[in-house]
Design a binder for this molecule. Structure first.
Ligand SMILES: [Ca+2]
Ligand SMILES: [Ca+2]
Length: 111
């Protein structure tokens, strides 16, 4: 009798584990960050889904950095989602090889 109870407890435990694993694997990731990153606006520098002052601040922090400067490929932060590095070059929104007011202006125009 004791053995039967142990077997039942084990079956219930394993069923619980299987359910936990399958719901974790099958459940859609919250708000689909992978989709978000594919459709991400490059002006959303920190990947938080909004183009706002936070993004402008990141661009401001590397103002004056040029493509020929060592700062260009420097990691200046991490994205809110996915923990991806943010490079100074990501802030060159108009791709003119320099991070300046024009890039900040692009963010301001998009808010
Ligand atoms: Ca943002
Ligand atoms: Ca630029």
């Amino acid at each position: 009798m004791k053995n039967i109870i142990v077997v039942i407890v084990l079956i219930v435990f394993f069923a619980f584990v299987v359910v936990m694993i399958s719901t974790k694997l099958l459940a859609p990731s919250p708000s689909g960050p992978s989709q978000q990153s594919q459709e991400r606006n490059p002006k959303d520098i920190n990947w938080d889904g909004k183009i706002d002052a936070l993004d402008a601040n990141i661009v401001s922090s590397v103002l004056g950095c040029k493509k020929s400067d060592p700062c260009w490929n420097k990691v200046i932060g991490k994205t809110v989602t996915g923990d991806n590095p943010i490079y100074a070059s990501d802030c060159d929104l108009n791709h003119d090889g320099v991070i300046d007011q024009k890039d900040i202006q692009l963010i301001s125009n998009n808010q």
